[in-house]
Write a protein that binds this ligand. Structure first.
Ligand SMILES: [Zn+2]
Length: 182
């Protein structure tokens, strides 16, 4: 499991074997339930218990602002800032020829469909500030340049080579409010 080193793993294993109550069984059941009930939101790719996630289903959020992120997990730190009240679109990765990930492997087609179907006026790109993130942004900007939608990117301040999950909330909040036109 991520974040669990050999020492912790050993302690957990010993605890499981020696537990006198049924906590290990409860955890096993919780893991199985999560695996079965949580899926990808049909619209944005975030975690959802039904077809559509809580963010997409929230009618108090702006339908005009769409923030494009690399992974569903990038949505969590952005949500914690409370600075963004629009909706998201997770691409599920970034264009990376070395890893054999091309545009067709990402949820770019779904993004274009949303731009055509929803009343989006601004798309904010919040992809990582690395080579693959940059080329993914420019690839999509190119596809969208003839559409009636403003294209912006979040301001820098996110550490180079670092993902959104490693940035603190203040930096992320400032990055969002200081976004620039593409
Ligand atoms: Zn969603």
């Amino acid at each position: 499991m991520p974040g669990v080193g050999p020492r912790s793993a050993e302690r957990i294993a010993l605890w499981m074997v020696g537990a006198r109550d049924n906590k290990p069984e409860q955890i096993a059941r919780a893991i199985t339930d999560t695996r079965q009930s949580i899926r990808s939101c049909k619209l944005c790719g975030f975690f959802a218990a039904g077809e559509i996630c809580d963010i997409c289903a929230d009618s108090s959020r702006s339908t005009e602002l769409l923030c494009v992120v690399e992974q569903a997990t990038d949505i969590l730190p952005l949500e914690k800032t409370n600075a963004f009240r629009g909706r998201y679109h997770s691409l599920g990765g970034k264009i990376s020829p070395l890893d054999h990930i091309g545009p067709d492997d990402l949820r770019i087609k779904e993004l274009l469909e949303r731009v055509d179907q929803e009343k989006i006026t601004e798309i904010i790109f919040a992809l990582p500030a690395d080579v693959e993130g940059e080329s993914t942004t420019s690839y999509i900007v190119d596809l969208l340049k003839n559409k009636q939608v403003n294209l912006t990117r979040i301001a820098r301040g996110i550490p180079a080579g670092g993902g959104l999950e490693s940035a603190d909330e203040l930096t992320l909040s400032a990055a969002l409010s200081g976004r620039t036109k593409l």
